[in-house]
Design a protein around this ligand. Structure first.
Ligand SMILES: Nc1ncnc2c1ncn2[C@@H]1O[C@H](COP(=O)(O)OP(=O)(O)OP(=O)(O)O)[C@@H](O)[C@H]1O
Ligand SMILES: [Mg+2]
Length: 483
């Protein structure tokens, strides 16, 4: 006897089923056990619910298994004992239970992330103070040093501290859930810049190589986040290759097709750029791989790992509208793929090239700072950036030189606080001689009054000390190329 519901559930017609043993509806692995149980049941038949202690599955005609609940009742007839079996498809309930478990897991993750946010902002705050102290010392050291090699090194310190401050800022905003500063970004250039800095931190046994597909589209991303992602992934890779190995960073365009998007519902069909960070290190087993993104999960507790790296990376990638996954084989290595949404062409037109150093074109710069120790530094830095500097310590001398040949110069960089003529007064004198002449004021003070004064006097830009070479390069370049 077969009813409609059984026909629907198992995709067989009534005619196909009649006369066949019930085992046709049972998955292969349970078939033998079922025949034995069935024989046993007929010795002492009584109504009962099956599957109290284990899950039951039915087998459809097309081979698909369906979770079911089964109740059986013996019926005495003239022809002997028959059994009526009620089979209920519980796929829907199973699905709802799985959804519920997923939601609980998400809630648990959200609570962990909140705790993580609080912790991170505390740590970030302390690191920020330390970075400030390093920067201040490096700044003083730069002033006291005339040895060109050391000056260069101190500038490197200042620049890297600046980088560290961006990372800290990112962690702070991460815990405050601030939105990202997403802009079209040349991932190749950005990666090259970050790698130059990372190489100094990697052990010499680790060989790092970048492979970038030519003509890669720009991505829509926040520069500091991309830095942070790269840093975490390369750190993990290097830590997995204690006795050396190869670390490859590959950048390639990636089209997320509909079947891929179905597996990664966080994505939309379309163009992405994939950043692949691959190592030949120890790899991960299945259990570690599954937990790797969990906040606080670490196998490096004894080496000071916090287990936060990958959870931060995952969160950042997802906030960008991207996706991240890990391929790993124990003993062979690991590859982490991050997808970032590609910028469309019109967005790329507005690109501000933020990362490469913009060089000058031998323009003449009159630079005035009363700090005599800075004379060499300024000379070096400005020449290094492709300009021809004339550096003065006394603003009155600078003014005389400018008066005698105002057309000789293309731009002035002037310190704000100087004896005899402060930066604002000197600027106003220069502008009287040559109206519209581009002046950049440099100031160690952060008071709002400097801000107002420099605009009022007609200077084109204000740079705050301590400034990085990159900041200076950008300011000079944009002032000189503003019209
Ligand atoms: N490239 C990799 N190769 C092998 N295992 C990895 C790799 N990257 C991550 N893992 C595993 O995933 C775990 C979590 O990584 P995650 O970056 O989140 O934390 P961590 O590196 O342990 O600590 P932290 O990054 O906070 O210093 C690691 O402890 C490690 O077991
Ligand atoms: Mg890590």
């Amino acid at each position: 006897m077969v009813n409609r519901e059984i026909e629907r559930l198992f995709c067989y017609s009534r005619d196909e089923l009649l006369g066949l043993p019930v085992e046709i509806l049972i998955p292969e692995r349970y078939k033998t056990g079922h025949s034995i149980l069935r024989a046993g049941y007929f010795k002492n038949p009584e109504p009962r619910m099956m599957g109290k202690c284990r899950e039951l599955f039915g087998l459809r005609k097309d081979g698909i298994e369906v979770p079911v609940e089964i109740g059986i009742t013996p019926v005495e007839t003239e022809e002997g004992v028959f059994v009526i079996s009620t089979i209920v498809d519980i796929s829907y309930r199973k699905h709802a239970e799985a959804e519920q478990r997923k939601l609980e897991e998400q809630l648990r993750q959200a609570q962990k992330m909140e705790a993580l946010g609080q912790l991170a902002s505390g740590i970030a705050h302390d690191i920020n103070n330390i970075l400030q102290a390093i920067q201040a010392s490096a700044e003083i050291a730069v002033k006291d040093t005339i040895e060109p090699v050391l000056v260069d090194k101190f500038y490197e310190i200042i620049m890297n501290v600046e980088r560290g401050k961006h990372v800290v800022e990112r962690i702070l905003s991460f815990s405050r859930q601030k939105s990202l500063n997403v802009q079209p970004l040349d991932l190749k250039k950005q990666t090259e810049a970050t790698i130059a800095f990372l190489k100094a931190m990697l052990p010499p046994e680790v060989q790092l190589q970048l492979h970038a597909e030519p003509g890669l589209p720009h991505i829509l991303a926040d520069v500091n986040s991309v830095d942070l992602i790269l840093m975490n992934l390369t750190n993990n890779a290097a830590q997995a290759m204690q006795s050396g190995g190869k670390l490859d960073i590959a950048l390639e365009s990636f089209y997320a097709k509909d079947n891929f998007v179905r597996m990664h519902p966080e994505l939309n069909e379309g163009c992405y750029v994939r950043m692949l960070v691959r190592d030949t290190g120890e790899g991960m087993n299945e259990e570690i791989r599954e937990k790797a993104f969990d906040p606080f999960f670490t196998t490096k507790a004894s080496q000071g790992g916090s287990g936060l790296g990958l959870s931060i990376v995952q969160r950042l990638v997802l906030e960008h509208g991207g996706s991240i996954w890990i391929d790993s084989e124990e003993g062979a290595g690991t590859a982490v793929s991050c997808l970032f949404p590609a910028a469309n062409d019109s967005a790329v037109e507005y690109i501000g090239d933020d990362i490469s150093m913009p060089y000058g074109n031998s323009q003449r710069i009159i630079c005035v700072d009363d700090e005599s120790a800075l004379q060499t530094v300024n000379n070096q830095v400005l020449s290094g950036l492709g300009y021809r500097p004339s550096v003065f310590v006394d603003p009155r001398v600078a003014l005389d030189v400018f008066k005698s040949s105002p057309a000789e110069f293309d731009l002035a960089v002037i310190d704000y606080s100087m004896p005899f003529l402060n930066g604002i007064k000197l600027t106003s004198e220069l502008l009287k001689i040559r109206p519209g002449f581009p002046v950049v004021i440099v100031s160690g003070s952060v008071k709002g009054s400097v801000e107002k004064q420099f605009k009022k006097v007609g200077a084109k830009a204000l740079i705050r000390k301590p400034y990085t070479r990159l900041e200076l390069a950008h300011t000079l370049f944009s002032v000189l190329n503003s019209d």
